[in-house]
Design a protein around this ligand. Structure first.
Ligand code: FE2
Length: 290
């Protein structure tokens, strides 16, 4: 019977599996090995397999839970709305054909600005740049929560964070914010880039429903806290954000074609570096819902 070869890829966290095969989709033993690994470590990299078809990708992701229709949220007309396609490709008018893949994204949690945020996310590289750019960074927010002082844990145990897509350039480096603004005009105007939504509440100390580890659920889309006044809120948010994104608990992923990343979206935050416009980058993204 095949068993997965699972190895650590980084000192802080991150696992890599190099003998997974799309033919394993639907195999209950392989699925439980992956779920057990994900309960131990919130980031798994599948590398070396052939590219999955859209159908296989949806089939694999849906074994973890109900999938979110990311394409539908962004208004992308697609027969597979569970797959949000991100691309650098431009049309003749200079607009992006799909959802942007070249702009930098600050530390975030997928769909935390929705009442039912993501529980697991999947990110698959279809076309990768020829040079090292467009890399994705991850931070482990279980480790961030565990590193907090007991008094800070007590302080946040009953707190709810407010999450909103607007203002997502908080904590972004100035150069990245400039790049983001410079490329705003090339966005495809047919898509509804979600924004200006009412903030939603989620626990700051977020306990995963399966394995009960608690994460520090704070990212650059967290705009404050319920029932905490603004002056106190800013200082606390800053302090907690620095913990969530602490460099010693990060992993940098340099993409290879066909890479498939599976990550626990409660226990990680991630960010994307910008990339030059002359480089192609195409990704497929899916998320399960809490
Ligand atoms: Fe994301």
């Amino acid at each position: 019977m095949t068993r997965l070869v699972i190895e650590k890829v980084n000192a802080a966290f991150g696992l890599i599996i190099t003998n997974w095969d799309p033919a394993f989709i639907g195999n209950p033993q392989i699925f439980s090995e992956i779920k057990e690994a994900l309960a131990e470590d919130p980031l798994i990299i599948f590398r070396g397999q052939r590219q999955l078809t859209d159908f296989e990708l949806i089939q694999f992701a849906s074994t973890f839970g109900e999938l979110f229709n990311g394409g539908e949220l962004f208004g992308v007309d697609s027969t597979t709305p569970e797959i949000l396609e991100l691309s650098t490709e431009l049309d003749e008018g200079g607009s992006e054909k799909l959802v942007s893949s070249s702009t930098p994204l600050p530390w975030h949690t997928d769909y935390c600005y929705l009442p039912r945020p993501s529980r697991e996310s999947f990110l698959n590289a279809v076309v990768v740049p020829s040079t090292e750019c467009g890399t994705t960074w991850f931070a482990n927010t279980y480790l961030a929560y565990e590193s907090l002082s007991e008094s800070l844990k007590q302080r946040i145990v009953t707190l709810s964070g407010l999450h909103q897509l607007e203002g997502s350039n908080r904590h972004q480096a100035a150069a990245e914010t400039r790049t983001y603004r410079d490329r705003r005009s090339q966005k495809n105007s047919n898509f509804n880039y979600p924004g200006n939504r009412n903030p939603v509440k989620h626990p700051v100390a977020y306990t995963h429903p399966f394995h009960n580890r608690t994460a520090l659920y704070i990212n650059s889309l967290t705009c404050g806290f319920a029932d905490v006044d603004n002056s106190e809120s800013e200082a606390l948010l800053h302090e907690l954000f620095l913990e969530a994104a602490a460099p010693e608990r990060t992993y940098k992923h340099v993409w290879e074609e066909n890479d498939l990343l599976l990550f626990d979206t409660i226990g990680t935050i991630h960010r994307r570096e910008a990339q030059p416009l002359n480089e192609r980058r195409v990704m497929r993204q899916l998320s399960t819902l809490i």
